[in-house]
Ligand binder design. Structure first.
Ligand code: GDP
Length: 312
């Protein structure tokens, strides 16, 4: 395929100020996209159907990338399932219906690796979607995202739309959420170890047993993958975007502590949930299209910590 002339393309990035959306904007700027549009949540509440339909219809983008979602770590997700299910269903349905009404040619919907069954065979292939029960701690979010994947597929079937979806693994980078109540593990570690170093604390307590394994992809790598997929991928089946290797949370903790310069003890609060034992994505399909990630964990952590020091 490879048919997008970015310089002639108007792209709407939903969620353009978030972790993923802001990386997409950087990537689109670097390929010289004709026009990049986005609305802050103050300007446009994507849960508001009429407002969303009006805004997208008026803007008439050629491409829409949906990186707008209510997201959160293991505690937020399991404490507020109504919000996670409802807001994500509303946001994605409104954006897709609006894009359909505005006759948007290419649409990329972004999900997450938590859509796969808790006991999926590792590394997780795209074909394991809907083959077993979900991990309970992020079920609400996953349910909404699975509906989004199927909604994309439905637009392909019923209206021949060349719309696609992609499933990134755990992401991190600049503009991540560093709020300890709602964040994911990696930004939480940056913050906890940084604050402990600053206050001279002798130990830091983190959640779970440290045994679960996770893989981490820098958002700038994801953004490159997204542009490549919009240009080269046109299938009803969702496609995984991952780093290719995972590590135990315990090892992540030690690595972040080292990058941040915290030398005290790390204690584990095992009353907090572990979540999925493992969720490593099989990335052979996207790798076969020629994409490989390039930002290693240590480099990515160092630059993210520098961003944190300057901005948070
Ligand atoms: P998940 O990948 O959906 O399970 O979400 P998280 O990124 O929130 O959590 C990943 C793992 O890190 C889980 O096993 C958590 O228990 C563990 N973890 C350890 N300390 C923390 C912390 O301070 N915050 C978060 N969010 N997770 C933590």
């Amino acid at each position: 395929m490879a048919d997008i002339d970015w310089s002639q393309t108007k792209v709407y990035v939903a969620g353009h100020r978030g972790l993923v959306g802001s990386a997409l904007v950087r990537a689109l700027e670097s390929v010289g996209a004709g026009e990049i549009i986005g609305w802050t949540s103050g300007d446009l509440d994507l849960r508001d159907r009429e407002a969303t339909l009006d805004a997208i219809n008026e803007a008439k983008p050629d491409v829409v990338i949906d990186a707008a979602a209510r997201v959160g770590g293991i505690m937020a997700n399991s404490t507020y399932p109504v919000d996670f299910l409802k807001d994500n269903m509303l946001i994605q349905t409104n954006i897709m219906d609006a894009a359909h009404a505005a006759d948007v040619e290419r649409f990329l919907f972004l999900g997450s690796s938590c859509i796969y069954p808790r006991h999926a065979t590792q590394p997780i292939r795209e074909s394991s979607l809907m083959t077993g029960p979900l991990e309970p701690t992020n079920q609400a979010y996953a349910m909404a995202k699975i509906a989004g994947i199927y909604y994309i597929e439905a637009f392909r079937t019923q209206y021949n739309r060349r719309w696609i979806s992609a499933m990134p693994t755990n992401l991190y980078g600049p503009r991540d959420n560093f709020n300890l109540e709602t964040s994911h593990v990696l930004p939480a570690f940056i913050r906890r170890f940084h604050e402990a170093k600053e206050s001279g604390a002798s130990s830091v307590t983190v959640w779970g047993t440290g045994a679960p394994r996770r893989e981490f992809l820098h958002v700038d790598d994801l953004a490159q993958a997204c542009l490549m997929l919009l240009d080269n991928y046109d299938s009803h089946e969702t496609i995984n975007v991952g780093w290719g290797n995972d590590l135990p949370i315990k090892e992540l903790a030690e690595t972040v502590a080292d990058v941040v310069g915290f030398h005290g003890d790390i204690e584990w609060d095992t009353t907090k949930p572990d979540g999925m034992p493992r969720k490593l994505l099989d990335t052979s399909r996207i790798n076969a299209l020629g994409w490989e990630p390039s930002i290693g964990l240590r480099d990515g952590l160092t630059s993210t910590y520098n961003w944190y020091l300057e901005n948070v």
